[in-house]
Design a protein around this ligand. Structure first.
Ligand code: CTP
Ligand code: MG
Length: 170
């Protein structure tokens, strides 16, 4: 799949924990383009897993995303985006800066996410959380355009995710 991204996009990665968002972001984008909710939790609370820091982390993340968009820099938000409210905030931010809101959905089979989850030390939540996120992602698919995402790319097979290419277009 050849993913075309307008130069000034705000890209929301959408996917359950273990779907491969951070791996995808590291492969296809510059590190400075990627704002990850985990990293921001770390910056505001010295603990990437501290869920109590989520609100502050997103405040800081959105601030930086806004500054980048104002300067015309493509920006990627690496967060699950499983909840409609979270996606809506990103769409609103993009619009405020005349950027194009883009969703790239990573939805490999739940078993793939769960298998990866099982192999990680840095994810303390239960498998049920991952299952629910996976379900929410699939349910969100038919709403993304109406929520305001101008382009939506949905990658469901691990092979498709691995083989994707990204082209930036004016
Ligand atoms: N992984 C893998 N093969 C892939 C993608 C990911 O083996 N094609 C592994 C990663 O090395 C990592 C785990 O699966 O150990 C989860 O991938 P990650 O990209 O971190 O998933 P995220 O979607 O970012 O998960 P989270 O929301 O928990 O940050
Ligand atoms: Mg991640």
């Amino acid at each position: 799949m050849k993913i075309e991204l307008p130069d000034l996009s705000l890209v929301c990665l959408v996917g359950a924990s273990g779907s491969g968002k951070s791996t995808f972001a590291a492969k296809y984008f510059r590190s400075t383009e990627v704002l990850s909710s985990d990293a921001f939790r770390g910056w505001v609370a010295d603990d990437e897993a501290d869920q109590s820091a989520t609100e502050d982390a997103f405040e800081a993340l959105f601030h930086l995303a806004g500054v980048r968009l104002k300067r015309g820099r493509l920006t990627v938000i690496d967060a699950t985006h499983t909840r409609r409210e979270d996606r809506a905030k990103a769409v609103a931010l993009a619009r405020a800066h005349h950027a194009i809101p883009v969703a790239i959905v990573l939805a490999p089979p739940a078993d793939v996410c769960l298998e990866r989850h099982a192999g990680r030390e840095d994810r303390r939540f239960s498998t049920r959380v991952v299952r629910n996120q996976h379900r929410d992602v699939l349910r969100s698919l038919k709403h993304l355009r109406r929520e305001g995402f101008r382009h939506t790319w949905v990658l469901k097979e691990p092979e498709t995710i691995d083989a994707a290419t990204i082209a930036r277009v004016p």
